[in-house]
Design a protein around this ligand. Structure first.
Ligand SMILES: O=C(O)c1ccccc1NCC(=O)[C@H](O)[C@H](O)COP(=O)(O)O
Length: 198
């Protein structure tokens, strides 16, 4: 199970996620209680080994702006929330970056089909809100065999059940490993990664 821990902003939380065995870490470079700026990411990046993907997360920014900000932060993966077009995908790829596209369950079947071979993420309606949803309902989208991450309201206690119910290839968490909004809890990060990998 691929595990991404998102919304990291301190050396301690990055170290804990990496040490616990996370496959990817996320830095929120958009308006959020977890927002960090490119300079902060550059300070944290040396703590992330090359085997772990470091992802810049964006919501309202254009793809071109996201690429520019990610580059300033030293990142080569971007995660784009919100409605995106084929041109956005091209913009990211032409910049030599990898893309995680975030969609919600409300997205139409054609939007899921459009995601092609891309790694993508199926999230709650409001990203980073900690809202759980009916994870099993994603099975109706026919995502078997595709590389996609389940997100939204996951926590150490529900991740194994949710990932199985959804048939997910990987999972992504932020709120469920926090002591309070925007403040990561190191023990929860470890418990989450261990539960997801078990
Ligand atoms: O974390 C945020 O505040 C955020 C803001 C804007 C766009 C994306 C954001 N976060 C994305 C994520 O952390 C994950 O993809 C996912 O939504 C985590 O959800 P949850 O575990 O329910 O917090």
């Amino acid at each position: 199970m691929f595990v991404k821990v998102c919304g990291l902003s301190t050396p301690e939380s990055v170290r804990e996620a990496v040490d616990a065995g996370a496959d990817a870490v996320g830095f929120v470079l958009t308006a959020s209680p977890r927002e960090v700026n490119p300079d902060q990411v550059r300070v944290l990046l040396p703590l992330v080994p090359s085997s772990v993907k470091a992802v810049g997360v964006f919501r309202h920014e254009s793809a071109a702006d996201a690429v520019e900000i990610a580059r300033a932060a030293g990142l080569d993966w971007v995660q784009l929330h919100g409605h995106r077009t084929a041109e956005d995908v091209t913009t990211v790829h032409d910049a030599g970056m990898r893309l995680i596209r975030a969609v919600t369950m409300g997205a139409g079947q054609d939007e899921f089909a459009d995601l092609g071979e891309e790694v993508f993420l199926v999230d709650a309606a409001v990203p980073g809100s900690g809202e759980a949803w009916d994870y099993a309902s994603v099975q109706e989208k026919g995502l078997d065999g595709r590389k996609w991450l389940l997100a939204g309201g996951l926590e150490p206690g529900n991740v194994a059940f949710a990932a199985t119910a959804a048939g997910a290839w990987g999972v992504d968490v932020s709120s469920g490993v926090e002591a309070s909004r925007g403040v990561k809890d190191l023990a929860k990060i470890r418990a989450f990664v261990e539960a997801a990998k078990a």
